[in-house]
Design a protein around this ligand. Structure first.
Ligand SMILES: [Zn+2]
Length: 467
C-alpha cells in the first residue's frame, strides 16, 4: 500500500487484528469513555480505536508490526504474501507532523495569540497525515484534539465537545465526518478566537428537517465585532438562497473563520467549515459575494466533487458562476439585505474580460483558469438553453450526482440529455473547444470589446501590462 506523505515523521506502522464481528462506529451514535489510545505489550487498549471499531469487549486488540519505507512524498507499507482479502483491514500509523510541513500554517493573530490552521487542500493534506491521493479514495474521519482551556478547535465534520478529566486544564474537542469525502476536504484550525452566532438558517434539510443550521463566525477578539457586523447577517440568507437554487444543505452547521493575514486565499471550503480571508472585511460589505462563493462549495466541490484533480473547474467555475445568483436570490428573498450594503451603494465588481493562458500547474496553487474559464463556459451553456432553464438544470444536476465525484464528461453528458433541443455533438464540442484548448473559443462573444468604454480600456491596459 502506498500513501501520500511528506514531512511526516512516522514512528511505527502496525496491523490491528480486528474481531470477526467488528463494525465501524461513530461518536455521534455511540460515545463513551475517553478517546485516548495506549498500547501495552498485549495489544491496543480499547480507547479511541476501540470506539471507532465498535468493540464492546474492552479487551486489548492485538497488533503486529508492518514493514514500511518512506520515499520522499510517500510511505510504502507492505505485509509479505498478503494480498487481496489477506491484506490488513486496519492499519495503525503512529506519527508526528513537522513544523516544515505546508499542510499546516502556524501564525500569530492580530491579538498576539498563537494559532494554527490547515490550508493544505492543494497538497492533499499530505503533511498533516499519511493519506491516499486520488479524490476517489474517499474516507470518513474522526479526531480527538486536546488544547488549553479557552482555546477553540474548529474542524470539518460534526462536532462533539467534552472536557478531559485530567488536572491539566485541557479541553478535548471531538469531531467526526460520517460521510466519505476526499482527504483534501479535511480542514482544521486552532486558536484563541471569539464566536458570534447568527439566527439559524432554514435550509430545508431533507435528512434533518427539524434541525435548523446554525451559522457561527469566529475571529480574534479585536476583529470579531467588525467581522460580525459585516458578514454574519448575510450567512443564513445566503444559505437559504443556496438551498432554493441547489437543494438541501448537506451539512449540519456552518462555521466561518476569519484567518490571520498570512492566509493566502480568499476562502477555503471544507464540510461545515469555511476559512475566510481578512480581505473580505472591506468595511462596506462589498466582498460579501465571496461569502456566497464559499457557501456554494457545500454543493459544488463537496456534495458533488471532481473525480480528477485537473478538473477543479467543476467546483471553482460553478461556485464563481453561482455566487452572484445566490446574492441576488438572497436579496429578493430578503429585500432588507440591500440595506446592509455599504454606504457607497456600488454594485458588484465588474469582471474584466480575461484571457486565460495557464492550465493546471503545480507551481500555481490555485490557478484562475478554473474560476474564470469555468464561469464563462457555464454562461455560454446558459445562453444556449435560457437562464431560468439552466438554473433548473443545475438544481437537477446536483440532485442527480449528489454524494458522487464526477468528470466534465459526466456533466456535459447530463446537459445534452436534459435538453432535447441541444445536439449530442455539443458534448464533444465543449470538451474540444473549452477544455482541450487554451484561452477562450474564438466564437465566444467579447461583450466588453468597446473602445468607448473607459473602464474596460483601463482594465485591459492593466491586465496587458501583467501578461
Ligand atoms: Zn472557490
Amino acid at each position: 500500500m502506498t500513501l501520500d506523505s511528506t514531512l511526516v515523521n512516522i514512528e511505527s506502522v502496525s496491523e490491528v487484528v480486528l474481531p470477526e464481528d467488528f463494525q465501524v462506529a461513530f461518536c455521534g451514535h455511540k460515545q463513551n469513555g475517553h478517546l485516548t489510545q495506549e498500547t501495552t505489550s498485549s495489544g491496543v487498549q480499547n480507547g479511541f480505536l476501540g470506539n471507532i471499531l465498535g468493540d464492546k469487549t474492552h479487551t486489548p486488540l492485538p497488533f503486529k508490526g508492518l514493514s514500511y519505507s518512506v520515499y520522499g512524498w510517500c510511505v510504502q507499507i507492505w505485509k509479505p504474501d498478503a494480498t487481496g482479502k489477506a491484506w490488513p483491514k486496519c492499519v495503525w500509523i503512529k506519527y508526528h507532523t513537522s513544523p516544515e510541513g505546508t499542510s499546516l500554517t502556524w501564525a500569530t493573530d492580530q491579538d498576539g495569540k498563537p494559532s494554527v490552521y490547515s490550508p493544505g487542500a492543494y497538497i492533499n493534506n499530505r503533511s498533516l497525515m499519511p493519506c491516499q491521493e486520488p479524490p476517489v479514495a474517499m474516507s470518513t474521519w474522526q479526531a480527538s484534539i486536546h488544547v488549553p482551556e479557552g482555546c477553540v478547535v474548529l474542524m470539518s465534520g460534526n462536532q462533539f465537545v467534552g472536557k478531559t478529566t485530567g488536572s491539566d486544564d485541557q479541553v478535548t474537542y471531538h469531531y467526526e465526518m460520517d460521510s466519505p469525502l476526499p482527504c483534501s476536504t479535511l480542514a482544521l484550525a486552532v486558536g484563541w478566537w471569539q464566536c458570534r452566532q447568527s439566527m439559524n438558517a432554514d435550509t430545508k434539510d431533507g435528512s434533518n428537517p427539524d434541525v435548523p443550521v446554525t451559522c457561527r463566525l469566529y475571529a480574534p477578539p479585536s476583529l470579531i465585532d467588525r467581522a460580525a457586523d459585516e458578514l454574519l447577517g448575510y450567512a443564513p440568507k445566503f444559505l437559504e438562497a443556496s438551498c432554493e437554487l441547489l437543494g438541501p444543505y448537506p451539512f449540519r452547521r456552518l462555521d466561518m473563520l476569519i484567518l490571520p493575514k498570512c492566509f493566502a486565499c480568499m476562502g477555503l471550503k471544507s464540510p461545515n467549515l469555511v476559512f475566510l480571508s481578512q480581505s473580505l472585511l472591506s468595511g462596506d460589505a462589498s466582498m460579501r459575494v465571496r461569502l456566497a462563493h464559499e457557501i456554494s462549495h457545500a454543493w459544488f466541490g463537496l456534495l458533488v466533487g471532481a473525480k480528477d484533480w485537473n478538473e477543479e473547474w467543476l467546483s471553482e467555475g460553478f461556485a464563481t458562476f453561482i455566487e452572484e445568483k445566490i446574492q441576488s436570490k438572497a436579496e429578493k428573498l430578503y429585500p432588507q439585505l440591500k440595506q446592509l450594503r455599504g454606504v457607497s451603494g456600488q454594485s458588484d465588481t465588474i469582471r474584466p474580460h480575461t484571457v486565460v493562458q495557464f492550465g493546471q500547474m503545480c507551481s500555481r496553487k490555485w490557478t484562475q483558469v478554473h474560476y474564470l474559464k469555468g464561469y464563462f463556459l457555464l454562461h455560454r451553456m446558459a445562453s444556449i438553453v435560457g437562464l431560468e432553464e439552466f438554473d433548473e438544470f443545475l438544481f437537477n444536476y446536483v440532485q442527480h450526482f449528489k454524494g458522487q465525484l464526477v468528470t466534465s464528461e459526466d456533466f456535459f453528458g447530463f446537459f445534452v440529455e436534459s435538453f432535447s433541443n441541444v445536439p449530442r455533438e455539443m458534448k464533444d464540442k465543449f470538451v474540444h473547444e473549452w477544455l482541450e484548448r487554451a484561452g477562450l473559443p474564438k466564437s465566444f462573444p467579447k461583450k466588453f470589446d468597446s473602445p468607448d468604454n473607459e473602464l474596460v480600456s483601463q482594465v485591459e491596459n492593466e491586465v496587458g501590462g501583467n501578461r
